[in-house]
Design a protein around this ligand. Structure first.
Ligand SMILES: [Zn+2]
Length: 461
């Protein structure tokens, strides 16, 4: 796990490598000031300052970036340094920025840090963490908080399920709450039944790692109430409707919603937004044993609606249903949930654009717009009421899976039925994973929608 402070230095080291940052527009002017050798070298290489291109010159590295300055702009340069420089050299040297405007410094440092991350609990670190000299004109606290939040998502989601069960999700939540002096309470195991969370209990009962509902509260009680819910399925076997091999392989990431909720809480509490924040995380493991809920089982939810479980792999919407009803009891003005809910969200929009739903069109438009300016795209889908027919059951008020293609749509409508009162609601069906590995986005757990939602909250509060 990479520590933010290992990525930056206050002062240059004896060996300092200049990192020249150019755009295609600024490159010709930069080149004019260079030696004849550098001019000739650049010509031979055909280097034009194209975004993502990196070359080595005597005493320095030249990195092309695009306009506007991306939060991943310098990530290719970090990858280049790691590939081409020896570990001992990297350890003894510093890198310093040249040619970055003050307004772009925050993104420059962010893009450096995002690429400096390594997930190391189970293997030896590469020892190649290049350190960039900090520029005091950049807001260090802001960049640090953002990086810590993104690393929190990566660490929590990438950690394998044998070390990240419902209990470990609770530990992470307690650590975060403690760091911000927030109140935390946890309803665990049989108490879920006596306190009326039958769906959370039913899903989690098949695992020896007992289900729980984590509840964090922070901020002035008189401020606008914002509640964030995160799906925390520590591992999803699919239950008795067991997933096939390929579909089960990545299911350690089924607590990605919980990781997003905790990371977002870190951003909100660090920025001291003027909100009354509540974080609710139903943390369970959807596992197989004699206590597992079965296909066809009917449970009465917290709201009183009965649900027939036509598919035990559609468990996320069950634990969210009770949690959303509970969230509404304290009458939040804004209620947002993050969940790795359906495969059909990925079928619709691919891995990088989470689908979202909202019962407030204006809010949806605002979130969509800000998500693209934050380089964290989200795309709105309609809560098409006639599709509610797919959630109808022959024996209960609702069923949790229809088997008809379009589960993304039906799952959102399913959740909507469990709201009470009239909160503005946003449901984000996120992936929380980076498959391929791109500069600044290593393969593994990944933030998908975190920065967009924080930007929205910053604009609102
Ligand atoms: Zn499932």
């Amino acid at each position: 796990m990479t520590n933010f402070s290992s990525l930056f230095l206050d002062k240059k080291r004896k060996t300092d490598i200049a990192l020249h940052v150019v755009t295609e527009k600024s490159f010709p002017g930069w080149l004019k000031k260079q030696s004849a050798d550098v001019k000739a070298g650049m010509k031979n290489l055909g280097f034009t300052g194209r975004a993502g291109a990196v070359v080595l010159i005597p005493g320095g590295v030249v990195a092309g970036v695009g306009t506007p300055f991306s939060i991943y702009a310098l990530s290719p340069a970090v990858d280049y340094i790691r590939r081409n420089f020896a570990a001992d050299f990297i350890k003894g040297a510093s890198f310093s920025l040249h040619g970055v405007d003050a307004k772009d410094l925050e993104n420059a440092f962010t893009s450096w840090a995002l690429a400096g991350y390594e997930f190391t609990p189970y293997k030896k670190p590469s020892g190649k963490t290049p350190a960039l000299v900090w520029n005091k004109k950049a807001d260090k606290k802001r960049v640090r908080t953002l990086i810590e939040s993104i690393f929190m998502v990566r660490d929590l989601v990438t950690t394998p399920s044998n070390d990240m069960g419902p209990g470990e999700i609770e530990v992470a939540a307690r650590k975060l709450a403690g760091a911000h002096k927030a109140k935390i309470s946890v309803i665990k195991d049989k108490d879920l039944l006596t306190k009326n969370f039958p769906l959370i209990y039913a899903v989690g009962d098949g695992s020896p790692r007992r289900p729980r509902l984590i509840d964090i509260n922070w901020g002035n009680p008189n401020s606008p109430k914002v509640t964030i819910v995160g799906k925390g399925v520590a591992f999803d076997t699919g239950g008795l409707n067991l997933k096939p091999t390929g579909n089960m392989a990545l299911m350690k990431k089924d607590m990605g919603g919980a990781a997003h909720a905790l990371a977002l809480a870190h951003l909100i509490m660090s920025a001291k937004l003027k909100v009354r924040l509540r974080i609710l995380i139903p943390a369970v493991e959807n596992s197989v044993d004699g206590h597992s809920f079965r296909p066809g089982d009917v449970f009465k939810s917290r709201k009183g609606l009965t649900v027939e479980n036509t598919n035990t792999d559609a468990e996320g919407r069950l634990i969210l249903a009770d949690t959303l009803t509970y969230a509404c009891e304290s009458k939040p003005g804004l209620l947002i949930d993050f969940a790795t809910l359906t495969g059909s969200a990925r079928a619709a929009l691919g891995p990088d654009i989470p689908a979202f739903f909202s019962n407030n069109e204006k809010l949806a438009e605002q979130l969509k717009k800000i998500s693209f300016t934050s380089e964290d795209p989200l795309w709105p889908m309609p809560l098409w009421q006639p599709y509610n027919i797919h959630n109808n059951s022959a024996v209960a008020d609702m069923q949790n899976s229809s088997g008809v293609p379009g589960d993304l749509m039906y799952s959102a409508l399913f959740l909507e039925r469990f709201l009470t009162g009239k909160p503005d609601w946003v449901h984000i069906d996120t992936y929380a994973w980076e498959h391929i590995g791109k500069p600044g986005r290593p393969r593994g757990g990944a933030d998908c929608g975190l920065r967009a939602v924080f930007a929205l909250l910053e604009e609102k509060y």
